[in-house]
Design a binder for this molecule. Structure first.
Ligand SMILES: [Zn+2]
Length: 95
């Protein structure tokens, strides 16, 4: 597999064969991948997503309330102290 990138200035195809991988635009060497040509960091192959890829910004207070309710209702596993504290907290706000 050869890099198919056309180097206009030199009127030739790149033709590099080192680390050439198939891309939507055809086989490309690392210097001529679609991302490299756009000046973007290369997407690395392999398992896993970038850290934080699926994190959504959410107010911390809301998640804390949801946690306390889940603990109090017994849906969420926790230690007895946290369970009692959560029940006290939710009872305090609901009655
Ligand atoms: Zn190339």
């Amino acid at each position: 597999m050869k890099c198919g990138h056309w180097i206009g200035a030199e009127h030739r195809h790149c033709g590099a064969t080192d680390n050439v991988r198939p891309y939507l635009t055809g086989p490309c060497c690392p210097a001529h991948t679609p991302n490299a040509l756009k000046g973007l960091p290369e997407v690395q192959p392999g398992p896993g997503m970038p850290a934080g890829a699926w994190t959504t910004p959410s107010p911390i207070n809301e998640s804390r309330i949801a946690d306390a309710r889940a603990v109090a209702s017994g849906k969420r596993r926790s230690n007895p102290e946290a369970y009692r504290a959560a029940q006290a907290a939710t009872n305090h706000t609901t009655t």
